[in-house]
Design a protein around this ligand. Structure first.
Ligand code: GLU
Length: 421
């Protein structure tokens, strides 16, 4: 039986398993296939020796997990954080499998992580960690094997180092080994904004179900990084009222809507969002629970739990982050009729444009931004409609529908390929 337990509020892999089990049961998935897809296909742990600026040698631990490569090369970001764990990377890898299947792009799912604190490292140290980590996972990555990308605390500069390290080893420039690269190295137009743009596109679709216009829509966003910051900027430009931004060190509120470009300039000058003239400083622990139309958690896992899900006062929850909601919280949100756009759909814009980047690199032929954005919109709108229609047809919530759709696609690919022996 698929059970939902408190442990899943702490360990993302247990949360991932719970969602997988719910969908697998509803689909009546074959026991053997369930065993295979319920576990990652490959997990690599590497210890990375790095010389620090003061001459000492430090050892960092990194992971690359490939959950499934049934539908294509592994795909998924690399995160740098002090609390990265193998279970977290496993969960994130499996979410990439389902995410790529939901938007129907020809990739499997993978994820990487290095346990380190980028805030305490110099640029040189970060570069040496990245290059040695890349050398250690060389054997399992590649344009046809597994294609990393940015995630928490990694960016286009880190991707450039990965591309260079890999290219030096194989003795030729290999741009398609990573996505999210700088434009000068085969990056795609629109990639930086893609995850935030995808969140906006699916939110616009959800608004139709509520008869709301962007101008009448109050949005609260947690996180002001690549996902939250871009979603805020694009949605404000589209006319949404971004009433609150919530960060780890403070929160802002303005009923009339926050000037997002102004806030970005303020953060650039001061290093933080707090004390912005265009909004009121408010309690960061309470800001998520203000009345609003759309809440976008775009920071970390396990933000919405059984302890606080009852306090949410949004109509639509658009999951910009991976795994922001726990399985126990799902039950509460369903009871309270919150319209959830699950992470594996809501934040799939990033990997979708990563796919476009990979295609462009392999062709050596680059698209203009309009083409990228139009194709992204087609995929996001089509996937949103496929998920919601599936949910209505099978009488399940959006998350379960997204998982069922994804599992079915991956299982079909597996069955057609058969088990190689
Ligand atoms: N890290 C992003 C995600 O979680 C992007 C992954 C990719 O582009 O491969 O979806």
């Amino acid at each position: 039986m698929a059970t939902v337990t408190p442990d899943q509020e702490k360990n993302p892999w247990l949360a991932a398993e719970a969602r997988f089990n719910i969908a697998a049961e509803k689909l009546g998935l074959d026991e053997g296939i369930r065993k295979v897809l319920g576990n990652p296909t490959r997990e690599l742990t590497v210890n990375i020796p790095v010389q620090l600026d003061d001459g000492r040698i430090e050892l960092f631990t990194g992971y690359r997990v490939q959950h499934s490569v049934a539908r294509g090369p592994g795909k998924g970001g690399i995160r740098y954080a002090p609390d990265v764990s193998l279970d977290e990377v496993r969960a994130l890898a499996s979410w990439m499998t389902w995410k790529c299947a939901v938007v129907n792009i020809p990739f499997g799912g993978a994820k990487g992580g290095v346990i380190c604190n980028p805030a305490m490292l110099s640029d040189g140290e970060l570069e040496r960690i990245t290059r040695r980590y890349t050398a250690e996972i060389m054997d399992i990555i590649g344009p046809d094997r597994d294609v990393p990308a940015p995630d928490v605390n990694t960016n286009d500069r880190v991707m450039a180092w990965i591309m260079d390290t890999y290219s030096m080893h194989v003795r030729h420039a290999t741009t398609a080994v990573v996505t999210g690269k700088p434009m000068e190295l085969g990056g795609s137009r629109g990639r930086t904004e893609a995850t935030g743009r995808g969140c906006m596109i699916v939110t616009l679709e959800a608004l139709k179900k509520f008869g709301l216009r962007p101008e009448d829509t109050r949005v609260v966003i947690q996180g002001f990084g690549n996902v939250g910051g871009m979603a805020a900027r694009l949605m404000a430009a589209r006319g949404f009222r971004i009433v609150s931004i919530v960060e780890y060190n403070g929160a802002l509120y303005n009923e009339a809507g926050i000037d997002i470009q102004g806030l970005m300039d303020h953060r650039k000058e001061t290093g933080s969002i707090v004390n912005f003239a265009g909004a009121e400083n408010v309690d960061k622990n309470e800001a998520l629970f203000r009345e609003c139309d759309v809440l976008i958690p775009a920071a970390t896992e396990n933000v919405i739990t059984s302890a606080n899900a009852n306090r949410l006062r949004c109509k639509i929850l658009c999951e910009g982050a991976n795994g922001p909601t726990t399985p126990l919280a799902d039950e509460i949100l369903a009871k309270n009729k919150v319209f959830v756009i699950p992470d594996i759909l809501a934040n799939a814009g990033g990997v979708t444009v990563s796919y476009f980047e990979w295609v462009q690199d392999r062709q050596g032929f680059f698209w203009n931004e309009e083409l990228v954005n139009t194709r992204l919109e087609d995929i996001m709108v089509g996937s949103f409609n496929a998920v919601t229609a599936y949910g209505e047809k099978h009488n399940v919530d959006n998350r379960t529908a997204a998982y069922m759709l994804a599992l079915d696609r991956v299982a079909s690919a597996m069955k057609l390929r058969g088990i190689y022996a």
